[in-house]
Ligand binder design. Sequence first.
Ligand SMILES: [Zn+2]
Length: 107
Amino acid sequence: MVDRRKELEGLRDELIERFDRYKAHKEQKGGPLDKDMEDQSIEVVNDEVIEALQQEAENELRQVMHALKRIDAGEGDDCERCGEPIDGRRLVALPYTTLCRDCADLG
Ligand SMILES: [Zn+2]
């Protein structure tokens, strides 16, 4: 059995690091505006990509923290919606999930 808590903590640290990197990337720009148009449009696309990645990291981090909290409460292996145990293979594949396959399929 994989130590799911340890795995989630590792994932959490990784996500925080990623999130900080995106944030730093956004903050360090705002440099000279004398670039040509082509450069600027590339810059805008990059910003949108970074923004999306940062959002994604934030959402994932929230999910990981939520799963960790449920593990601490002793209910980490049970589905948050129906209360049934979550399949072990599913927990290995998606360590941060808090829903069984059936409930996840329902959306
Ligand atoms: Zn369920």
